[in-house]
Ligand binder design. Sequence first.
Ligand code: DGJ
Length: 728
Amino acid sequence: MGIIVNEQTAVFHLMGKHTSYLMDVHCGMLRHLYYGPRVYGEAAQMLVRDVRAGYMAELPEEDACPGASPDTLPQEYSGHENGDFRVSCVIPESADGDAVCRWRYDGFELLKEYPRPEGLPYVRADQTLAIRLREEKHGLTVTLYYAMLESCDVLLRHAVLSNNGQRPLELKAALSFCIDLPQSGWDVLSLHGRHAFERQIDRHPLSESTEIIASARGISSHQVNPVCALAEHGANETAGHVLGCTLVYSGNFALYLQPDSFGQLRLAGGIHPDTFGWTLRPGERFTTPQAVLTYSDKGLGGMSRSFADAYRARLISGADRCRPVVLNSWEAAYFDFDEARLLDMIDSAAGTGIDTFVLDDGWFGCRDRDDSSLGDWTPDPRKLPRGLAPLVRRCEEKGLQFGIWIEPEMISENSCLYRQHPDWAVRAPHHAPMRSRRQLILDLSRPEVIAYLKGVFDTLLADGGVRYVKWDMNRNIIENASLRWPKGEFAHRFMLGVYELAEYVVTSYPNVLIEGCCGGGGRFDAGMLYYFPQIWTSDNTDAEERTRIQYATSLFYPLGAMTAHVSVCPNHATHRTVSFESRAAVTWLCVTGYELDLCQLGEAERQQIPTQVEQYRRLEQTMLTGNCYRIADPFTGNMFCVQVVSRDCRYAYALVYQRLASQGLKIERLKLQGLREEAIYHVRYDGEEFEAHGASLMRVGVQCHWLREDFAARLMELNQISSADDTI
Ligand code: DGJ
């Protein structure tokens, strides 16, 4: 297993436990041969044939490849104006308007370790293949990095472009990867939505037209997530071929799905070219974000578990570490609090099992609404005349940790920071900047702004009182301009600034846990997860709508990456009422927490909290490290069920949720997954207890209880009581 290079046939084979990724050098070009279930190497080279048809560009004669054309040759990193009319991975233009890019293979290298894409988050790997392509006339080189995480069949890729020529080049596109696949009956699955309604599933058969899954909002966005899956028609949670793709990037991105007229499909992606341009001077290089691919013949479930395993082992720091159970002040008080009210909240959390109090928006500058003070990160003297110290102290006395909200990437016009540095707000040269949520963007592409923000974090965190930070970002970026950089470079440089700042904070303050947030889940992506182990999934805390948001998010991300809070009912977003028990249970498929005023909560509910937290703590390790199986789909049915199985298969839990009670409910059996067939499990479900073999639980299934309650969640727990060997 690993990487095999056959220098004679010029075939490159990256092998996972169950998958193969094959390329070769053909007609002087790097050709994609195959991606899918494991095959035995070289044969693919013989099986993939050149295709020529009318009107096609011919390769130069010296290549002695009369049958081949760039128009149909399956590529690994496409050029431009080279006879391949599909999406270009790179568009390099010299000052005199030459944007031709004809890549030629230029050699390879095997590396011991996957090199970090400069300044960018990444999934780490060991053995790495680096393949060089050269565009001779421009003096441009691209190095393509490939690694396969064998145990989870995850393939990593990114590209580094280097100008080794004499002339500056304008990069008008610089994607991370492309791959040309046979177009055999794929559906495309992506996640779309909007604020407080993120990551809904869209799945439809690919047509003959190009599809672009993209964001140009300056963030990966609520609207579209930087992921997609190609799923064989009919592929489901347990069966069928699925190719999953995600970008480790949090800014403007594009994923292209481009069928050609010969039955091939180009999947390409990276930074969105619409808001991108980069001057690459002689001697300089440009590094693209990493793309993460996986191939599963075990359906969508297999794909999800591969992504989850890769991210937990190689992307997210401390993915398996127990997380704080927080009480967050936002839905409890919004901007309306003073020191006394916060101290009461802290007191009310003591003894409940909640271990961290997080002070959300409204604590700084002079902030009663969302129209002021962003940038002035010192306590509001009217609300907190003694600063944060009394809150930190009270938390310590009560055995809690103290956490705080911050939105470092923003600036309010009504702030001291803006009065001092109006030019630090992002704006185009001839237009006033557009507001959104009554705030402007701070230009994090500028080093002096990053230096200022590092100082802000130092002031907040250096004395060790703050142990948890919620890092928010509450608007899209509208103008792509910086006074500091040429047009086109801003959007990516802004992201590099965000990453530099995040890296500084997590490395300088390793004991502080950071929760990512972007008006809920507007930047829920693998890029942010490199720095922050958990992200606020959505501003929508309604358990009913959360079932779908969480279900869809789990397709591409581990459960432990999501935070979910129990809030009050009627819910502030949807006005729906769901029982306190069910609200809590739905959060147990994520990192749980509370976001309500405990002082105003009814006694009966308050008393449930210690038991709820205790219950969650029993599930937590399994949720953080176990295998996730989606059993019932809330997008298509009345039930929602997600099951998590511990790595050793000895313990499992499932969250079973019924949307609507009805006299017309149908018999529904939950066919569990991931258990040991021969082992006997003791099952506890909604007051019932019984024993059954894993095989029966998985094949016969557990019949759902019909509940006379809408939006009702029940926990099912399974403990193995005999080892598989005892029962043979
Ligand atoms: C958006 C976040 O998602 C909320 O949880 C809250 O922190 C607000 N911002 C505060 O402005």
